[in-house]
Design a protein around this ligand. Sequence first.
Ligand SMILES: [Mn+2]
Length: 466
Amino acid sequence: MGFYDDVKAAAETIAAAGNITIISHIDADGIASEAILSQAIGRAEIPHRSVFIRQLEPLTMPQVPLDTSFKIFADLGAGQQNLLEERGFSQHEVLIVDHHVSQPCTRQYRQVNCLPYGHGKMSAAGVSYLIAKAMDTANTDLAKTAIIGNVGDMMARETCGLVGPVRDIIVEDAVLHRNVEVHRRDLNCYGTATRPLYLSLAYNDDPFIRGISNNPEGAKQFLRRHGIRQQTKDGRWLVWEEYPPDDQKTIISALAQQLIANGEPVDRLLAETYSFPDEPVRTPLRNAQEYATLLNACGRWARPHVGSAILKGDRGSQYREAEHMLNNHRAVIRDLLGYILDTGVTELEWLQYIHVGAKYPDTIVGIGAGMALSKLNSAKPILVMCSVPEDPNLTKVSMRTTERVVARGIDLQQAISDASTAYGGGGGGHRIAAGAFIPKIAEQEFVIRVNRLLGEQAGAPGPDHR
Ligand SMILES: [Mn+2]
């Protein structure tokens, strides 16, 4: 059985179900997965409902209903099959649609997972889309949503564009459907639909351009020096996507020259990007990256259903609510970033860490960790701990690192799950980003354990070998 056999089998299983509950994750990929599956299932006229869960672990299992409905776990489940078994689900009532590492389990549930087939650059929304398309080829309008989920899960980050079957099948379907435009050699930069260009450039650090990155005034002067008009006649700042192609070329080549003058590589300056011509200009709905941030904001602030409604077309009250959450989301993340940088991290040999206490919601701490890393020593993974409001005995741990460090053999998912199993805690994620819940009393020991595991991954001799 190959991956596409699994996809086809899943489509048949779903079509035969009488009543379905979709259990999905609260991030952009999870919300996109849910939106794709629920629309495909709705179009097949199968009664269904959706439950969003921020992480599948013993604390949140009671949110998974114990009724007679068929359960589809999307963007989660692969690593938590033992929890499904403990909850008493039989093999006949569960389908897992995931792209995370499977943990061994005595009861093997039906699963469509791209990862064991070597498709490491596909997210759960990608898998969900392939299932939806196998259910009905009319579902190709949902390819756009799959692209948002994949981009939201960083599938385009390392390779400066989507690759593999996501690129060859899903992006191509979306282009044929005409609700997605592909820009093959676009500026590799965030905020191209909503941020004044100089801020987009200044907030970008991949590639890091001396004099421009982390330097809004420098970025503004750089554009002025190259004769680029930055504001409209009535004083509104122009965003990247508004510039005519000739201006875009001028800016890109000026940035390339700046990198070369600094002796830096230019290979990350350009990326393939995905924009949505059917969405209103200068809104976060205009491209995959910003759309994904909007969905993440909905999920992190406990309103994933709002994100789902937007993906299904709501541009009224739900959209306005999401815009409000996005602004709040950004303000809190900025505050968290400032807190981490002002307070300072503690450096160990293989990682740097900080505890932010109960000041920030545990759902955004990982994002703050990722942003702080780009302003700290990015050669060392960052570990951020915070309190969990629902349980004073628990601590949430989030870790982030860079592609460069992953390429050296570092696997945060492995380190964090190995270190947390010792306490019965659960951990999961990816090589580059992972998280876990651990007992509060084990915090210090946990950090030391993760530090040691990272050292071993880096090829340092463990204590046994000394
Ligand atoms: Mn995902």
